[in-house]
Each structure stands twice: as C-alpha cells, then as structure tokens.
Design a protein around this ligand. Sequence first.
Ligand code: ASP
Ligand code: MG
Length: 411
Amino acid sequence: MALIVQKFGGTSVGTVERIEQVADKVKKFREAGDDLVVVLSAMSGETNRLIDLAKQISDQPVPRELDVIVSTGEQVTIALLAMALMKRGVPAVSYTGNQVRILTDSAHNKARILQIDDQKIRCDLKAGKVVVVAGFQGVDEQGNITTLGRGGSDTTGVALAAALKADECQIYTDVDGVYTTDPRVVSQAQRLDKITFEEMLEMASLGSKVLQIRAVEFAGKYSVPLRVLHSFQEGPGTLITIDEEESMEQPIISGIAFNRDEAKLTIRGVPDTPGVAFKILGPISAANIEVDMIVQNVSHDNTTDFTFTVHRNDYDKAHKVLATTAQELNAREVVGDTNIAKVSIVGVGMRSHAGVASRMFEALAKESINIQMISTSEIKVSVVIEEKYLELAVRALHTAFELDAPARQGE
Ligand code: ASP
Ligand code: MG
C-alpha cells in the first residue's frame, strides 16, 4: 500500500463536473488500497478573478489582505471535492493551509513553507479518510494567511509529499507529461517517460511551464519522486527523478527549451580594464534587474564590447541605466535588440558526450541561422538568435538530436 499525494490544477477542478470526475478518479485509487492526500488549486480563472476584485478597490492591494482574498479560491474546491467523495461513499475531509498547519514565513504573496504539521493528516489517513488540502496557502507564526506565489499549489503538493515521506507526488494537469519540446512548435515532440530534476529545472527556467520551478527545486532537494500526468486521460505521464540512468538508448539531449522573453543590450567601446564588468553590471543589479547571458568580446586597442541579456520587461529600464554608465565610462555607444530569442538544448547525457555543442551549431548553420550569443553549463547549451528564426531553430535541433517521434504508419 502506497501513500500518494495527488495535486490537481485549476483546469482539472474548473467546473463541478470536473470535480466529480476527479472524485471518480480518486475513488479508484482509494479502492486500489492507496492512502491519498489530494491537493487542489482554485477553479481555473478564479485566482485571477479574485485578484481583479482586489484591484478594483486598490491598484496595489495590501499584500496581507490580498492573501486573505486569493486563498478563498482553494477553500471552495477542497470542500466541493470532499463532498463529492463522501457522496461516493469515500470518507474524506478537507483542510485549509491554516487547519493542517502549513507554516510559512510572512512574505505575503510569495511565502515559503517552513514546516508542515503532519499529525492531523496521518490521523485521518489511519482512519481511512482521503485528506483534501488547499494548495497555494499557509499561515505564518502570527496566524496570518499567506500564499505561495502563482502556481504555488504544485509546491504545496511536493512539500506535503516530502513531509509525509509519500511514495510519489503526482501532479495532474492538462498535459499528459513533459515533452521534448513544445508540441505546438514541433508536432513531432514526444512525451518523456523520465527526466531528472536537474533537467526539469533547466527546462522550467527556460520557459517550459509544466511545473512551478519552486516545486521542482523542492522535490529535488527532498528527493520526492514527482510525476506529471493528464487529469482525465490514462497514461504513465513523466516521472521526474534523481537517478541518471546509464543506458545505451538514453538520448544525449532530453529536450529543447526556448523563450522569447529576453532582450539584448550591448555597450560598445568600453575600456578593457579591471573592474569594468562590475561598473557595467553593478548599476544594473542595483536597479533590481536580473541578467541572464553575458558576453565580453576580445579587446582591440584596449577597448571592448560587452553584451548581456535581460528580461524584455526590464529592457527600457536597463537601457537607461546602461546609457548613464556609458557616459561615465566614455563608451562609444549603447545598442539594444528586443527581437531575440533563446534556444537551449538540455540533457544530462551531455556530461558523457563530447561534441554536443558543435552538433547544435552545425544544425543551426545548415539553416543559415546566425548565433548571436552562446552560454553553456554542464547540462545545457543556450544560444541567442534572431526571434524570427526561433521555430525553425527548434525544429532543426529537435531533428538533429533525434528527438522526433517515429512517423506512424500511413503517415
Ligand atoms: N490558484 C493559484 C494560482 O492560480 C495557485 C495554483 O493554481 O497553483 O496561481
Ligand atoms: Mg497551476
């Protein structure tokens, strides 16, 4: 008999009918003998609706009060599911974050879980109940309701699984797993049976939005086996694990991630002397702007060009800061480009294979796609290219690294 934490997202509990369907599903698991803790999101769109209500009163709602409001979304779905389960003869009980006692810090709207009291849950499980817990919310030392940031129910699920030492944390959502890349861009994309935490973190931070990044970090830290599955279709989903299998069939690259959220800034003709990188990026970070990729060119005549990328939302701000720096440093000019995209290949197989980067560059060269910037880590190679070539690049790489699904018969 296993202890499983199951988390259902907003679309899976978006209507009363869906909640009834979830209840059917949970009942099946229960009948198979598993102990179940179910974590729910609010009905899809509900959290946005609640935030919108708050914003009608105030542009910048008081964070504490906003948490009181948005935490109600999950309170509705947990009670509905508990009722639907009981209607099916399955004993169940619902708890808010406060009732379980999911203790968090006091950072309203983005609180971190500090501790979970598992007493009550264990007691209920022993009594044969399915325990339904509100995702996304907790309570601080002072008894204030807190929330964990958008998408935070994933983190609740993983944290509960860690606290209860569950055998698996299953994240049910509207896709049937983690894919080699976005199927909307590459129709040949395939569901992965397995992916490592590290790879998943890279994929998530690079724009593949199946799971909240914090949930993946949490799961990796506490070694919680995590599985992404479709709420209403049968299938094994994708298991996110620690172990890197050494197998011959293991592909070198697990996935291709991409995002269009970045912009590029270059400061030209800066003196190539110690401290210059700090003089350029110091004011950027002081302005609370996060920098992603950084490239400094080889210098000519003791001056050099320095390029970095920031989130597109920060572009204007960063441009202004950099213009000031350019004056101070007597730099030649500042140029920027918002029509860029980042494409990355990700895979732990890179550790044991040479030539992965050059294979990537070859595939892009064949399509005449110019690479503007490159950065690498142990399990990732990222390039910045012109945005209009993004989809072409992703498709070319997907094929080059043999990730395309085999054509079905008759196709
Ligand atoms: N309901 C919250 C949100 O929409 C939390 C979640 O769904 O994970 O962000
Ligand atoms: Mg969600």
